[in-house]
Write a protein that binds this ligand. Structure first.
Ligand SMILES: [Zn+2]
Length: 245
């Protein structure tokens, strides 16, 4: 996919795009023991920007753009706690409109989950890396996770890569015998944590995914052309304000 991308650069001129973000490091109620350091956050954003360079996007961040939120209860965040977004909103420190909100916690749901995105904010665990950050940016911009199998659906019989599986990205320059299910593990929007993923294709790719309705809410999992590429990416994603519907 990289080969095609380089070729595509010659025929598509993308204006460079900057997405503005507010990043919030969670601390204890007394302001002590932040989940991470500003320096670490900047290094993660720098890594994410290396991936997003494929689509001429940059997440803008400065040391001043990183703030602290004192709330012990969120350090080990359980996102099934429905009061979380509202109490976060009540903190009054979050920017309104025009930017992404990213909260850095210790752990999510007591699991090895390192990030998730909602219409109001992105949450990252402190050990999330640049790949995770870029992946969640992709979700905020409208892209879906892609899987070889999920919820009883599978494309593991797809066989070797072929044009109909990636019509906008087909170059023919693929190693003989490369299985489509192996190729999708390279995609930034591959739904599992694997080292080295990060490719953003031009268009849709065949796989198992959960489509979204017009409000961005997930619909049942399906098998088909998954929106995981530039074609479906809003490169200027913004989280909604908490009092918006
Ligand atoms: Zn995901």
């Amino acid at each position: 996919m990289k080969q095609k991308y380089l070729y595509a650069l010659g025929i598509i001129i993308l204006m460079c795009n900057t997405a503005f973000s507010g990043i919030y490091i969670v601390c204890d109620d007394d302001g002590s023991t932040p989940t991470t350091t500003k320096k670490h956050v900047i290094s993660v954003v720098t890594d994410a920007n290396r991936i997003l360079r494929q689509v001429a996007s940059t997440i803008n961040i400065t040391t001043d753009g990183i703030q602290y939120i004192n709330r012990s209860a969120w350090k080990h965040l359980n996102f099934t706690d429905i009061t979380f977004p509202q109490t976060l909103s009540d903190m009054g420190k979050l920017p309104r409109g025009g930017s992404l909100r990213i909260i850095i916690v210790d752990t999510i749901n007591g699991s090895d989950l390192v990030g998730f995105n909602t219409r109001y904010l992105t949450v990252l665990a402190k050990n999330a890396n640049g790949i995770t950050f870029a992946h969640e940016f992709g979700h905020a911009g409208g892209l879906s996770d892609i899987f070889p199998r999920r919820d009883g659906l599978s494309i593991t019989d797809a066989g070797v890569v072929k044009e109909e599986y990636m019509p906008k990205d087909w170059s023919g320059y693929y190693p003989p015998g490369l299985l489509h299910t192996n190729l999708i593990t390279r995609l930034l929007m591959y739904g599992y944590r694997v080292p080295g993923k990060g490719d953003i294709p031009l268009g849709r790719i065949y796989g198992v995914y959960a489509p979204k309705d017009e409000d961005g809410d997930p619909l049942p999992t399906t098998k088909g052309m998954a929106p995981v590429g530039l074609q479906d990416l809003n490169r200027q994603p913004m989280h909604r304000d908490f009092d918006d519907p």
